[in-house]
Design a protein around this ligand. Structure first.
Ligand code: GLU
Length: 292
């Protein structure tokens, strides 16, 4: 592998919360300990849900926590031509197809049953574009740095949407194209995306792109036992360094890094220097789920 290149890739549908801090911090520490590059990518492929002021807040939040990124920020709303080129390639190689079906029509099934695979069911209707998960790389396996060997059959996960009926791009395709174009070779992100990784690896394989390494982090749960998220109104991270200090300490603890008590009120740069020197992702290891 070449020099380490990692990234933090928030969706700016709201400000960052404690769960996003844990993902940002882990990928930052992992990159900095390796002397690597740490990019910021704004995943604003759904512009109505992602007003630009959220991106400004996210940058201020990262700055308050001392999480400085390298190089220019990449915005997915500038990247539609690259996504279209990739979709054209998948269509030409029979790995993507247009689909007119609505969720309502296949609600009796767990995954989309592939009715449009051979011909569009209702050719006069708007179409989404789906991946032929049954034709790509199967099974998909990788060595996750936290879960060990992961093995999935993407066909059991279904033909994921690559471009929506309203013309908006889907995360699965955009993330793969951008990681490759940014030369990202280490992905550190939440375990909520573990079962998206099989489609992403299928896409990398189909498009001849390099396969990055993955570390899927423990999810941070709220008091109700649910994953912290914008939907369940997780509080936004502060914008000033003083208020950031105890939260950064808690994030180091949530990553099982056991920071010494005296760091709790230390300036964020001091906490990060300790975090980089002591970063031990092995402490997060656990067993892998499988679907194949
Ligand atoms: N944009 C995604 C999110 O905010 C993260 C994507 C990724 O890390 O692959 O959940």
């Amino acid at each position: 592998m070449g020099a380490y290149r990692g990234r933090f890739a928030p969706t700016p549908s709201g400000p960052l919360h404690f769960g996003s801090l844990v993902a940002a911090l882990a990928s930052f520490l992992d990159a900095r300990q390796a002397g690597g590059h740490w990019a910021l990518r704004i995943e604003d492929i759904d512009p109505p849900r992602c007003p630009p002021e959220n991106t400004d807040i996210i940058k201020q939040q990262l700055t308050a926590f001392g999480l400085g990124w390298d190089g220019p920020v990449l915005y997915q709303h500038h990247r539609y031509a690259a996504y279209q080129q990739a979709l054209d390639h998948l269509v030409n190689t029979n790995l993507a197809y247009p689909c007119s079906c609505s969720r309502r029509q296949w609600k009796a099934y767990d995954i989309y049953p592939g009715w449009c695979r051979h011909a569009i069911c209702e050719p006069d209707k708007p179409v989404a574009w789906r991946l032929r998960s049954d034709r790509g790389l199967r099974p998909v396996t990788w060595e996750d740095r936290r879960f060990g060997t992961c093995r999935f059959d993407p066909a059991k996960l279904g033909d994921t949407v690559l471009k929506r009926k309203d013309g908006l791009w889907a995360y699965q395709l955009a993330v793969v194209i951008d990681d490759a174009d940014q030369g990202i070779n280490q992905i550190v992100r939440g375990a909520d995306l573990l079962d998206n990784t099989p489609w992403q690896r299928q896409l990398q394989h189909a498009l001849g792109l390099p396969m990055p390494y993955y570390l899927h982090l423990p999810l941070i749960l709220g008091e109700d036992g649910q994953k912290l998220s914008k939907q369940n109104l997780a509080p936004a991270l502060p914008l000033n360094e003083h208020q950031a200090r105890p939260l950064l300490f808690q994030a180091l603890a949530a990553l099982k890094q056991y920071p010494p008590d005296e760091l709790i009120h230390a300036p964020v740069d001091e906490q990060l220097a300790w975090g980089i020197a002591h970063w031990s992702p092995e402490r997060l290891r656990c067993n892998a789920p499988t679907s194949a």
